[in-house]
Write a protein that binds this ligand. Sequence first.
Ligand code: ADP
Length: 498
Amino acid sequence: MGEYIMTIDAGTASVRAVIYNRKGECVSIAAQEFEQHYPQNGWIEHDANDIWAAACAVIKRSLQQKGLNDSEIKAIGVTNQRETVVVWDKNDGKPIYHAIVWGDRRTADYCEELRRAGHENMIKQKTGLVLDAYFSGTKIKWILDNVDGARSRAEKGDLLFSNIDGWIIWNLTKGSAHVTDYSNASRTLIYNISELKWDKDLLKLFTIPESMLPQVLPSSGHFANTSSTVFSTPIPIEGCIGDQQSATFGQCCFQEGFSKFTYGTAGTMTVNTGGAPIVSKNGMLTTIGWGYGGKVQYLLEGTVYNAGSTIQWLRDEMKFVEESRDSEYFALKAKTVGQVYLIPAFSGFGAPYWDSYARAAILGLSRGSEKNDVIRAALDSLAYQTRDMLDAMNEDLPKPIHLLRVDGGACKNTLMVQFIADVTGIDVERPSDVETTAAGAAYLAGLSIGFWKDLDEITGLRKVDKVFVPEISADRRAELYGGWKRAVNSILSWSKNK
Ligand code: ADP
């Protein structure tokens, strides 16, 4: 009989079950995609039943494909796409509407209304978030206002809300646990991140009955035992954490000043700011990292909209590469570095520029420029955006960041990661396993039951593939980054916003 921890990683496109052994190695992984619904321009929905069905399928498959028994799983950790809203009836367990996904923009006008009414600063102070349709609060209100009979059922106490984590745990426990953790609660726009409680003023503003809300618990600790038939025996659920926070934990950024950048479709940087929230002067979000060991850790977080998606654009629209990974091969053949710049503001520019009307551009082409120069410029744009984010974070922090840990699919690209070190001027560390999201939730669950003793033991499990050290001179760095800044300024001055 072996002993393992299972993570259920409920992402935006797929659900995965990942099983880890005591050395922190992944021994089995199963994934299943589910359907995305786009009922109107700017709307994105999931059927929460599809997500639960996918979770059941991958749980079973991850065990079967390695011939493991359910009883060999000592604890479960859950990690999830954040902010996505599920509202269901607690009597029959049926969602009353599709889950409204984080990227859904249907409540953007309502957010604008709240901004005009002067609520933005109060919301930022309490939640650490910017007032945006991205977060859960306005989506919950939308369901209550727009689904027939929803508001009266909610007021009677029949309806429950949670993000995907709470929905999965509720189903795993056959409706006996309605819970979430600090990190997920901190993305709802109705949770006070300093007082660690649902905020009565915000619930009143968004007209959300408190009876709908899950109990908020530390990210590592006993949430409940499973009772669903998906497992033949009850298994304790001991970890729960939002995906970006989980990747931060999975990268062992346990101490203040430790930071990671995840290069997925989008790119998200987080930095651990210790036991007190820091309010950003540069539009970064303040969020709860996790609750562990009787303490709460806070993060600063910033997202660039287009990271790996820029490489997808080269592949799918430009047809410059057949597969994303080929970008490295062609970029190595580029004749120039630092002459052609690609600004990937395809859907506006996020942190730290915040211009939703900006659009992408390629600048600096000469008559001799080739496809390879553009591919190289696309990869370089991930590095320059990292530098932008790092500089903005450093302005908010008491001490500058001296090391960046990277993960996500695109950081398999070695040329790109070296260029990140070159352009930022700091060391960049790539772990052997770049799938850090699932690892974080497993670590939290394992710590809770003593499967792993403490954070030092977890740090010892993490294997580093390579530390990339800056290889260019400070002058060259200034020259390259100066070119990026000029290119960014030119697209910002072209933007309709001006
Ligand atoms: P997500 O979790 O957001 O779906 P992943 O972490 O799986 O994303 O990363 C996939 C992204 O990384 C895609 O946008 C893909 O184009 C990009 N990508 C994958 N491999 C490489 C590579 N070797 N070089 C550059 N980009 C890559």
